[in-house]
Structure formats: structure tokens, C-alpha cells
Design a protein around this ligand. Sequence first.
Ligand SMILES: *Cc1c(COP(=O)(O)O)cnc(C)c1O
Length: 417
Amino acid sequence: MTWLEEGWRHVWLPYAQMQTAPLPMPVARTQGARIILEDGRELIDGIASWWTACHGYNHPHISEAVAKQLEAMPHVMFGGLAHEPAYRLSTRLAALMPGDLNRVFFTDSGSVAVEVAIKIAVQSRLNQGVRGRTKILAFSGGYHGDTIGTMAICDPEEGMHSLFTGLLPENPVVPLPKDAASVASFEAFLEREHKNLAAIIVEPLVQGAGGMVFHGPEVLQRLRAAADHYGLTLIFDEIFTGFGRTGTMFAFEQARVVPDIVTLSKALTGGTSPLAATIATDRLFETFLSDSPMTALMHGPTYMAHALGCAAANAALDLFETEPRLTQAAAISAQLARELEPCRSLPGVKDVRVMGAIGVVQMHNIKDPPGLRQKLLKEGVWIRPFRDIVYLTPALTITPEELSRLTGAMQTVLAKE
Ligand SMILES: *Cc1c(COP(=O)(O)O)cnc(C)c1O
């Protein structure tokens, strides 16, 4: 395969030590919950391409919508011109959101959606003549993206804060207020520091890329109360949890808490196209209205509200209405709980946990992650352990038989770890 060998001298892979990184496996096509390799092997996909492909790959409804949009117009700039896919999508996203979360700002990646959320929170204060409230309170174990601004609100290790000292803006990162001790230190921190803060940001219910760590709805209620008390903007980063992954359409529904800003991406287009959205309340939006151009939101990506992406997202939203996605998520959840439970008694296993369509087996440690990946591959599954966890975030359309292949492979391989 000449494209692979030639290109290998030129591509730069994510988070990879390129000196030792193995050649990735060439993919010929995808279908449903399967990845078909160039050599003909078919893998059951346990990750759904970083949980984007929630409707399975190549869903005909999304493919048709994108093909139709491509024929009419791949994209036009969002400044001064309007196109139906984006306007329709913003209306639909606002309708899905509770309260007065009514204003949608489109971008092209999750990280940038979070950057925009930060800008909204900070500039909103500035527009109201409040200076000095520029810090964002984030939590240990959190992950919000790879750009400079978002690295600065990731877990210090994940965000490589020490490596990039001097480059990153400095933001406080504290433990999530989960138990008596962390609640007390959280409250003391806010009492001391709230005057420097614009916002609190959290991944609701599940800290995804930080190791699939769960917390209860009461944590989100605590954050809402604290944000209200100190006049802070509460940002829920639903880029991982949104669109049924935790069992409800959005994770915050389980806590009955309404944030001030929500960020969405990943499964927004069902894995078809890079698109993200930052959704803010009317109240925040109104702080940008004035007679001066200086209070306008200062952001505007070139490919903002990409028309093909918006067409894909509208089609993906249709599927939540026409196909029983949340019922499927509940069935996946029950099956994951049942079929991963036996892993708990394996010697190397520290914890087994399931929420919605997320199944996690946490190990005491994974000695040889690449070796473990190879063993899983031999079982015909695409599962990528990271840190100390082996996890499943499959397409919500995966069949029970396919899901059993994934959990079976995990059991077989982890039994020998
Ligand atoms: C993936 C992710 C991001 C970053 O999204 P990108 O599209 O990779 O920039 C931000 N927040 C959360 C919770 C994520 O899971």
C-alpha cells in the first residue's frame, strides 16, 4: 500500500511518540459498528471513533442528508450570509436545551467550543464593566481540549501545565466537591477566590478523557448553588456526555440542573463531520447587546457553522426522534453491567463501572498498553486501553451480539493480564 508507506514519512500522529509509534492499520471502510481493514479483517468497534459515531457508521439517513447538501452547496461563509442547515440546527438545539439556553455559536471542534464558552463568560463580565474576573475554576481529572486556553483548564497533568508553564493562562484546578472534605475545601476556595473568577467548568457526571471517572448528580447541584451564590457562569462541557452517552440525551438532565453555557461536539454530527456548538442563556447573550461594536462576541472561525456539518447534525438529531436511541442506550447499559461484572473478580482489576453506554474496567495498572491492544485486536475488536482503564463507548446502534463480542474479548484478554 504505497499511500501508507509514503504518507507515514509525513504524517504526525496525535499524542504519539513518533520514534516508536507502530504503523496504524489502514481502514478500507466502515459499516454500523464495524471497521473493515484493507486486508479484509473486520473489527467490532468498541470506541465509535472517540464516541462520535453514536448512530453507527454510514447511517443512510445522515449520508443522504450530507449528499443532498453537498449538491446544493458545500458551505458558504457565515458572515453576512445565511444557510438553512445552520439556522434550522440552532433552532433545534435551543429547543432541546432547558431554560433559556437559546443562543448557539457554532465552531469546528470541541476545544474551540470550550474556548468560546470561556470568552463568553469573561467578556460578559467586561461588557458589564466588571474587570479582573478572568479566571475559570476547573477540576482535577477534567479534560476540555488541547488548545492553549483549554489545556489551562484540564487536569494539570493532562494539560501538561508544568511543561507549558509561562505559556498557559493560570487557572485554579481543585478536586470535585464529592465528599465532605472536598466540599469543605471547595467552599473555602470559593470564599477566598471568587472575586477573580468568571466561571466554573465541569464535565457533567463523567470525566471522560481523564479516565472515565463518574460523579453523582448532587455534585452538579452543588456547583449550581455555588455559581448562583457567587455570581459565576456555570459551564457544562457535554462534548463527551451529550447525545445519549450517559443514558439521557444530556447528562445534566439527570441532575435537573440547568447550566449557563453548554458545549457540544463529538456525537453532534454522528461522527460525520467536525462541528461544535456553544449554547448560552439569553441572559448571557443580552450582556453582549449595546450600541458599541466593542461588546460584540469576538470570535468567528472561517468554517463556522459548516453547512455539510450542520446538515449531518440535523440528520443525526432526526435519528434521535425516529429511532429508539435512548432505549438502545438503556439496553447497552444493562448488558454492559451484566457482561463486565465478571471482570471484577479478575486479579488485575481494580474497578468495574457502567453509566449509560459507557463501560469501564479499571486495572491496578496496565503494564504494556500496546501489547494489550494487540491481544484485543486478535480477538477481532477495536478497543484502546489508556492509562489504567479499558473502556467501551460503542455506537448506540450496536447489536447485542456485537456488544457481547466486545465484552467477551475484554474478559478473555483481561483474565490473562
Ligand atoms: C473531546 C473533548 C473535548 C475536545 O474536543 P476536540 O474536538 O477534540 O477539540 C473537550 N471536552 C470534552 C469533555 C471532550 O471529551
